[in-house]
Ligand binder design. Structure first.
Ligand SMILES: [Zn+2]
Length: 323
């Protein structure tokens, strides 16, 4: 049917697979429950310990076998307080995970029939699952580079010149792939691009045993003091590769994001730039998983769920945007 299908069979997850696995709201509910409370074991607030729970007949809640205190698998997740059906949420996540270069709220609206406002909110909630602030780069070879999105582009290599406006700087670090594993990326929208900022990021995200590749821009001057080796390519002299010295991997990622923003999002405000970067990074870091990105996304729902605190429940992401 699709001659350009290149995803290996075991990594494919088609719409037929989706319909088979999640035919109803209840199937989604039970899936979420299993992700959050495997085999129905969950912490009971009343018993103050792990207890076996059972489904309350006809309702989307579970109850403690001992004291009947009820828990909802939706509590603390992006689905809490939402009047949108769980299956629609799952379908929107499937759509977002299975397109290579991102999907817009408009498309979710078209595909699911919800209002644009609802689609936009769902979209934002789902995207909030894609940030991985604690992920550390472990590769022995890491490329680092900065770029700018938005505004006018006059500067060579995307760098702003006098008269440029509204450019949002982004600093990126990417591991080079090895035979054993694919390289992952970390891209951050930063308020500025300075040597101090670069050093901070190197310290935070790159292991000291790594070799770091950058160009000759002066903000990278002090990187060598923080890592095993610092190799630089002279872009101003129009040299792009010398042996293993290049920044082609990170530049490939930049153009991927640029193409996506241009084609799908059209315009990115500085405020949302980081969440777009997170979305692209999430997909890039799982590009060897075919369509199974959807499975990773479902796992993130449970991973990022806010556990019910005994005193103050705090602010959950979904309370931020009441449906
Ligand atoms: Zn109990």
């Amino acid at each position: 049917m699709n001659r350009r299908q290149t995803i290996p069979k075991h990594l494919r997850y088609t719409i037929e697979d989706f319909n088979r696995q999640f035919p109803t709201d209840d199937a989604c509910f039970e899936h979420l429950r299993e992700e959050r409370f495997p085999d129905g074991i969950a912490h009971c607030q009343t018993c103050e310990q792990e207890r076996q729970h059972h489904r309350v007949k006809g309702r989307p809640v579970y109850a403690c076998d001992e004291c009947l205190t009820q828990i909802s698998p939706m509590a603390g997740t992006i689905f809490e307080h939402s009047s949108t059906s769980l299956r629609l949420w799952y379908y929107a996540m499937y759509l977002m995970a299975s397109t290579r270069c991102g999907i817009s709220a408009k498309q979710i609206q078209r595909e699911t029939g919800v209002t644009y406002k609802t689609a936009w909110r769902m979209f934002r909630q789902i995207r909030s699952l894609l940030s991985e602030p604690d992920m550390q780069l472990e590769g022995s070879a890491v490329e680092m580079d900065e770029t700018y999105y938005g505004g006018t582009r006059k500067g060579k290599h995307g760098r702003p010149l006098r008269g440029d406006t509204k450019k949002s700087p982004v600093i990126g670090m990417v591991e080079r792939s090895t035979k054993k594993r694919i390289g992952r990326v970390k891209a951050l929208a930063t308020p500025d691009v300075t040597a101090e900022r670069v050093l901070g990021l190197v310290h935070e995200h790159i292991l000291p045993k790594s070799t770091v590749f950058t160009d000759e821009y002066r903000i990278y001057d002090r990187v060598g003091g923080r890592v095993k080796e610092h190799k630089r390519i002279n872009h101003t002299a129009k040299v792009y590769v010398v042996g293993d010295v290049h920044t082609n991997t990170i530049e490939g990622f930049w153009s991927l994001v640029k193409r996506g923003i241009g084609g799908v999002y059209h315009q990115v405000s500085q405020k949302y730039l980081q969440s777009y970067l997170d979305e692209y990074s999430f997909r890039y870091n799982r590009r060897d998983q075919g369509n199974l990105i959807f499975t990773s996304l479902l796992k993130r729902v449970a991973e990022l769920a806010v556990p019910p605190a005994s005193e103050d429940r705090g602010m959950t992401p979904s309370q931020e945007v009441p449906f």
